[in-house]
Design a protein around this ligand. Structure first.
Ligand SMILES: Cc1cc2nc3c(=O)[nH]c(=O)nc-3n(C[C@H](O)[C@H](O)[C@H](O)COP(=O)(O)O)c2cc1C
Length: 186
């Protein structure tokens, strides 16, 4: 069984919806299990018993949500010290709805989290541009779900963006299964 831990924070439900789509993508892969957790629910054991960790965040002031940052500092940092996550798989996704249709800082939020995973010696999974739905919600760093329209009206994350999100979950589960079988860092 390949275990993919999906950690997310969400104030208004948009990132939670993305996380649920990630989980459905993970579970579309044979022998893969997606475990959804909010940041405060995650323990070090939960992390080390997972083959992959995916973190989803709303973009807040161009950065990850403070609850996600707290998870990085309190759960991930000790594991970094102990080399607890080396060789596991890491990936990210984000939502945003900032002024300016491109969104303010979602790439920075995703890159900050990917950098944390790289520090821990994890393999990072990008989002290939031929992923279905990529043109609506894709960045090479992972799926990005804009949750508002051009006038900042709340629209929720569109089905097309969610489609890319589901593929991301499946890609991560397949990558984690292959790396586990390869035992690169036994
Ligand atoms: C305090 C705060 C700061 C925000 N800052 C940004 C930002 O810098 N860039 C952006 O694109 N969206 C920003 N947003 C919008 C949220 O990222 C967006 O609405 C997101 O989809 C909310 O996700 P949620 O429904 O999972 O809480 C901000 C929202 C809040 C509440």
């Amino acid at each position: 069984m390949t275990k993919v831990l999906i950690v997310y924070a969400s104030d208004y439900g948009n990132t939670k919806k993305m996380a649920e789509m990630v989980a459905s993508g993970v579970e579309s892969v044979p022998d893969a299990e997606g475990v959804l957790k909010e940041p405060e629910e995650v323990t070090e054991d939960e992390m080390t018993s997972s083959d992959a960790v995916m973190v989803g965040t709303p973009t807040h002031m161009g950065s990850p949500h403070w609850r996600v940052k707290q998870f990085i500092d309190t759960i991930c940092s000790p594991l970094w010290i102990k080399d607890g996550m080396i060789g596991k798989v890491g990936a990210v996704f984000a939502t945003g709805s900032g002024f300016g249709y491109a969104g303010g800082g979602c790439e920075l939020a995703m890159l900050a989290l990917l950098s944390n995973f790289a520090e821990m010696g994890m393999f990072l999974v990008p989002l290939p541009k031929n992923t279905p739905g990529f043109k609506f919600g894709g960045l090479q760093w992972g799926p990005y779900g804009r949750s508002s329209g051009e006038n900042m009206e709340q629209t929720g994350v569109s089905e097309e963006k969610l489609e890319a999100t589901k593929y991301h979950g499946a890609n991560v589960a397949r990558t984690a299964a292959a790396l586990k079988a390869a035992s690169i860092f036994p």
